[in-house]
Design a protein around this ligand. Structure first.
Ligand SMILES: [Zn+2]
Length: 124
């Protein structure tokens, strides 16, 4: 039986399944086997990279927003604490005034006591 070997030339065009771009220049075959290698479409790789970059940016923006919220909360807390400090300072001022008043009363009472004692001493 004679052996027959047939060579068939196959021509085909390749298009990206995602974006439809012609990608014949990305197709590579061994010319003798059944293996055909197709490199991913440049547009789609670029798009995927861009999408990843945008997602990373969205995540970053969201993190910044969270941090700004935290900063806002901390500022409110600081304002509250400053108000408390101011109230305490007012209380301290009031108490100091009261102490000064009491000291004056004590001083006056001492003077009066001394005067009375003196007068009594002189009179008696
Ligand atoms: Zn594509």
């Amino acid at each position: 039986m004679p052996m027959v070997q047939a060579y068939v030339e196959v021509e085909f065009e390749a298009y990206c399944a995602q974006c439809g771009d012609g990608i014949c220049h990305l197709v590579d075959s061994t010319h003798s086997g059944e293996n055909i290698r197709i490199t991913p479409c440049e547009n789609c790789i670029e798009g995927a990279t861009e999408e990843g970059r945008e997602e990373a940016e969205r995540e970053k923006d969201s993190e910044i927003e969270d941090l700004n919220d935290d900063i806002y909360d901390l500022k409110l807390t600081i304002d509250e604490k400053n108000e408390e400090i101011s109230d305490l300072e007012d209380s301290v001022t009031d108490l100091k005034a009261k102490v000064a008043e009491l000291e004056k009363e004590v001083e006056q009472a001492r003077e009066e006591g001394w005067s009375e004692g003196y007068i009594e001493g002189v009179g008696g």
